[in-house]
Design a protein around this ligand. Structure first.
Ligand SMILES: [Mg+2]
Length: 309
């Protein structure tokens, strides 16, 4: 099947929304401007066979993951996603049903978040499938949350449970768009980031941007079942180390005034009973990242790794 025929098959099924004047099929997508008082958010992210998924990965999960990564970043700014374009790299002799299923997963997640898929292109790729997505979103100017706003005394929160994502969850995670929008309405975070590189690494990005430090309470860090499971393997890292350093969690990490911690946990439990929220530590004036355990306080190494006896 040639590129033109493939596109003809995919286009009628693309997710759309009320902002689209005309989507895929013209030289550019034509989109309505966002409302006054809004910033545009603009993001690109790619998944590559052999790096982010394998030849055995369910194709719908590939499409889900590719868009989900971009949505997670929009969530981290407390934004709403709007429009996506897709660049799809296909090796020779690609299987048409597999490509259609990739788009099924992508369109399904797009519809869940009212995102319109408004075009893109296919390109030849020598050996491996890749999928690059560019996404536009919007956020109220006074609600946009940056990494740089954390203040000493802030409480530090994380959604979900961490670690062991590569055992499966990295393919079907739910980007926390709704949760982030609820937060800015009710408990505006001072700073926020989504977890793609691992808790310790991404927290360091936030601390550096904010010019502060943090102390994590080891016993408060929410550890996923997959991380606990893997820790039982002889060569596996400890479950806590996995929660601190494994990537691809796609959870939200944010800070807000310490006095709001208890009311937030209370209201969150009512609003999102199925999504864990943990207060895992505090922001400090002293720079660097420290971990408090039963044995005392230790500094986490610059690369985010910590060696546990
Ligand atoms: Mg991010």
């Amino acid at each position: 099947m040639n590129e033109f025929d493939l596109i003809q098959r995919l286009v009628p099924h693309l997710a759309t929304n009320a902002g689209v004047v005309s989507g895929a099929g013209d030289d550019c997508a034509v989109l309505k401007p966002v409302e006054p008082g809004m910033y545009l958010l603009f993001k690109t992210d790619a998944v590559v066979e052999g790096v982010h998924f394998t030849p055995d990965t369910a194709p719908e999960a590939i499409g889900h993951k590719a868009l989900g990564r971009c949505l997670s970043d929009v969530a981290a700014m407390a934004g709403l996603p709007l429009y996506a374009v897709v660049t799809l790299g296909l090796p020779p002799n690609f299987e048409v049903p597999r490509v259609e299923q990739i788009y099924t997963g992508l369109n399904r997640l797009a519809r869940q978040h009212t995102v319109a898929v408004v075009g893109g292109e296919t390109v030849a790729s020598p050996e491996r499938i890749f999928l690059s997505i560019a996404l536009i979103g919007k956020v109220e100017m006074d609600k946009c949350v940056h990494r740089s706003g954390a203040k000493p005394g802030d409480a530090l929160f994380v959604t979900g449970r961490l670690g062991g994502s590569l055992a499966g969850r990295h393919l079907d995670f739910e980007p926390r768009v709704t949760e982030a929008r609820w937060l800015v309405e009710h408990f505006p975070p001072h700073a926020m980031i989504d977890l793609s590189d691992g808790l310790a690494g991404d927290l360091k990005h936030l601390l550096r941007a904010s010019g502060v430090g943090a102390e994590l309470l080891a016993s408060a860090i929410p550890i996923s079942r997959a991380a606990r499971q893997r820790a039982k393997e002889p060569s596996g890292k400890t479950a806590l180390a996995a929660a601190l350093t494994d990537g691809e969690d796609f959870e939200l990490l944010f800070t807000l005034n310490g006095a709001e911690a208890v009311p937030l946990l209370d209201r969150w439990k009512q609003r999102f009973p199925d999504t864990h929220l943990s207060c895992i530590g505090k922001i400090t004036q002293i720079p660097g990242l420290r971990l408090r355990t039963k044995e005392g306080v230790r500094t986490l190494a610059e690369n985010g790794y910590v060696h546990f006896a």
